[in-house]
Design a protein around this ligand. Structure first.
Ligand code: NAD
Ligand code: UFG
Length: 339
């Protein structure tokens, strides 16, 4: 059975679906601070199989021990944490507490339960600003531009050092690029609380009429059309990458740490994203170009070669799929899971 912390959230719920469809039993552990049980109900309908749900906080060691004593867990996929870049600068203690202390408690509880396989949600932000747009896993980690990014880097180090001290651990550090999209059915997707921080949820809310226009942060970057380039990855491709990584660490002869980029290897500009969304949805997305946002890099994308070689994984879904699936989710669920 796989313990999925944060499994009621955006990426977690899609990964739970892929795990169930691949035949795994799953127990989700989530405090519902940014997740929804409704997402798991919908996952159950799609999979024809239920994931167990346990309400709890990864900072609560007793609760973790309790859950690990009930279920025969063999591996954990660890999504639980806070992820808003701007908020992380204002609330560093909350971010270090949830993301770093929470991870320490989780590792202690897993060790006590004899579970040494873990897949961790990291981010391309750990590369910092390496001075080249193509990020590959041989590059040293850098200085993330925000506190959220720091917590990801610290947890990567925590996992590496824990594994170095105890070779029973098998660890996957998955560096995500920009997750977007929704399940093809449009029944599960990203449901941000309040004003979306990320580009695609904002575009989708403009298209559905919830917001007037998109502000594009910067039109004078040294890119072809002046807007930033990112490597957007369909959330279902990302979810499948987790199952591939889980299988890869299970194949390690001894313990170890595997680091893999999960991205498509191609950058798209903000203007390209707007255009592709308009095409897929048939709606117009009014925008204005405003000042740059602090901390944004002009452009970066993944070198996806290592994941292809070692995980036998690569993205299968196109930019059009990302847009069409986002639109299906947004138009069928204008208020997300809060009907
Ligand atoms: P999300 O907020 O939708 O999911 C996180 C889930 O964790 C939520 O369901 C929330 O309720 C739960 N949670 C938060 N703190 C918890 C705690 N202390 N105890 C138990 N549960 C807790 O976010 P997401 O986009 O699905 O991201 C999942 C993971 O991937 C996060 O670790 C995030 O940092 C990482 N990540 C996300 C992105 C992205 O752009 N979405 C990019 C890179 C990395
Ligand atoms: N953007 C806009 N307008 C918006 C929102 C975003 O123009 O309203 C632009 C940004 O400037 C950027 C691009 O769209 O050029 C993508 O922005 P997102 O906020 O969607 O994504 P980021 O690349 O900034 O963020 C990602 C992850 C974070 C991670 C961060 C580190 O979502 O988890 O990279 O760089 F920390």
């Amino acid at each position: 059975m796989i313990l999925v912390t944060g499994g009621a959230g955006y990426i977690g719920s899609h990964t739970v679906l892929v795990l169930l469809e691949a035949g795994y039993d799953v127990v989700v552990f989530d405090n519902l601070s940014n997740g929804s049980e409704e997402a798991l109900t919908r996952v159950e309908h799609l999979a024809g199989k239920k994931a167990h749900f346990e309400h709890g906080d990864i900072r609560d060691r007793e609760r973790l021990d309790e859950v690990l004593s009930i279920y025969p867990v063999t591996a954990a996929i660890h999504f639980a944490g806070l992820k808003a870049v701007g908020e992380s600068m204002k609330k560093p203690l909350e971010y270090f507490d949830n993301n770093v202390s929470g991870s320490v408690h989780l590792l202690q509880a897993l060790r006590q339960a004899g579970v040494f396989n873990i897949v961790f949600s990291s981010s391309a932000t750990v590369y910092g600003d390496p001075g080249t747009p193509v990020f590959n896993e041989n590059m040293p980690t850098g200085t993330p531009s925000n506190t959220y990014g720091y917590t990801k880097l610290v947890v990567e180090e925590l996992l590496k050092k824990t594994q170095a001290a105890d070779p029973r651990w098998r660890v996957a550090l998955l560096r995500y690029f920009n997750p977007v999209g929704a399940h093809h059915s449009g029944t599960i997707g990203e449901d941000p609380a309040g004003i979306p921080n990320n580009l695609l949820p904002f575009i989708a809310q403009v298209a559905v009429g919830k917001r007037d226009q998109l502000s594009i942060f910067g039109g004078d970057y040294p890119t072809e059309d002046g807007t930033c380039l990112r490597d957007y990855i369909h959330v279902m491709d990302l979810a499948e990458g987790h199952v591939s990584a889980l299988k890869a660490i299970e194949r390690f002869d001894h313990g170890g740490v595997g680091i893999w980029n999960l991205g498509g290897g191609k950058g798209h500009s903000v203007l390209e994203m707007v255009e592709a969304f308009e095409q897929a949805s048939g709606r117009s997305v009014p925008y204005k170009i405003v000042a740059r946002r602090e901390g944004d890099l002009a452009q970066f994308w993944a070198d996806p070669g290592k994941a292809k070689r070692e995980l036998d994984w690569e993205v299968k879904r196109s930019l059009h799929d990302m847009m069409a699936d986002t639109w299906r989710w947004q138009s069928q669920n204008p208020n997300g899971y809060r009907e």
